[in-house]
Design a protein around this ligand. Structure first.
Ligand code: MG
Length: 312
């Protein structure tokens, strides 16, 4: 039998799961409690988010290793101008002085999400805040795709890796959510460490073979992912060999053959990040297990119109 959280990400002939990417980045501040709560409140039970450690080893939910001016304002209320504070150099008490409630529409990144609400007083959450949110009885079906971010500067440092995994897993276990959490990463060495420290928690392998223009304004993952862009390599076989329960390819790189192979290997396949209606339709046609999206309501709507469910 599949572990509970893997079953929650698995589809069937009439079910495709919807995963709220960073909550609901298309319409609410990314990686924010307000965004996560919104996604859960519309019946999207699966959340993807990114976790980094502060200087004082607090797991926080934010995507980039440095705060960028495109979506972060300082204590003076102005978007960061040139300065890029590094999360791993800030203590938690400093992290919460920044406001992540708005996007700067003059930046490339800000222009990507013209529908995102503009809010004030939104803080980078601790991982523990999200764990508390999903621990409420009304969200008992929620499951988490917890992305561990590795710092490319320390990707070779096994002590750093051990610390990241142990601190994050401790929070998840203390919240008693180990059976509702997938450990997810582009960094296969980090996932190997997850297997070592938390063998009961399923792992989810992200892949991206080529840099995508869709990701402008964000940290790239290419540096920490093994080179899988070779004709002699079957990515699903590599994921399976590495102990993966899920494979998460960039959606436009998934072929029908690889999807079929993943199924033979018993892998659940969740594609990221699918936002445009024609791409959503293509993924429904392909028959993936789950769609990771910045617009969970939009994917619900396509599924609903086409007679699919996203929960059982
Ligand atoms: Mg992520």
């Amino acid at each position: 039998m599949k572990p509970r959280q893997v079953a929650a990400f698995s589809g069937d002939s009439k079910t495709i799961r919807v995963v709220g990417h960073r909550g609901a980045r298309g319409i609410l501040p990314e990686n924010s409690i307000v965004g996560f709560d919104f996604a859960l409140s519309i019946g999207v039970e699966l959340l993807e988010f990114d976790v980094l450690l502060t200087a004082d080893d607090v797991p926080v939910i934010t995507h980039n290793h440095e705060f960028h001016g495109s979506g972060v304002r300082g204590p003076d209320g102005a978007f960061l101008n040139g300065e890029r504070p590094r999360v791993s150099s800030l203590r938690m008490e400093e992290v919460v002085r920044f406001d992540i409630g708005r996007l700067d529409g003059t930046t490339d990144y800000g222009r990507r999400f013209p529908d995102q609400a503009q809010m004030d007083g939104v803080r980078v959450p601790r991982l523990s805040e999200l764990l508390r949110l999903v621990s409420q009885p009304k969200y008992e079906h929620a499951c988490l795709m917890l992305e561990l971010k590795s710092d490319p500067d320390f990707a070779q440092d096994s002590a750093v890796r051990e610390r990241i995994v142990s601190v994050i897993c401790r929070d998840v276990c203390e919240a008693k959510l180990a059976d509702r959490t997938l450990l997810h990463s582009f960094d296969w060495a980090l996932l190997a460490e997850c297997r070592r420290q938390a063998p009961d928690m399923p792992v989810s392998f992200l892949t991206q073979l080529q840099e995508s223009e869709d990701d402008v304004g964000e940290d790239s993952a290419i540096l920490v992912t093994p080179d899988l862009d070779r004709p002699d390599i079957s990515v699903p076989d590599e994921v399976s060999r590495a102990g993966g329960s899920l494979w998460c390819p960039y959606f436009s790189e998934l072929t029908a053959d690889d999807l079929a192979r993943a199924r033979e290997l018993g892998l659940c396949v969740a594609v990221w990040t699918v936002n445009e209606p024609e791409d959503i339709d293509a993924m429904i046609d392909l028959g993936v297990d789950a769609i990771v999206t910045d617009y969970p309501g939009r994917v619900q709507r396509r599924l609903s119109d086409r007679g699919y469910r996203w929960t059982r």
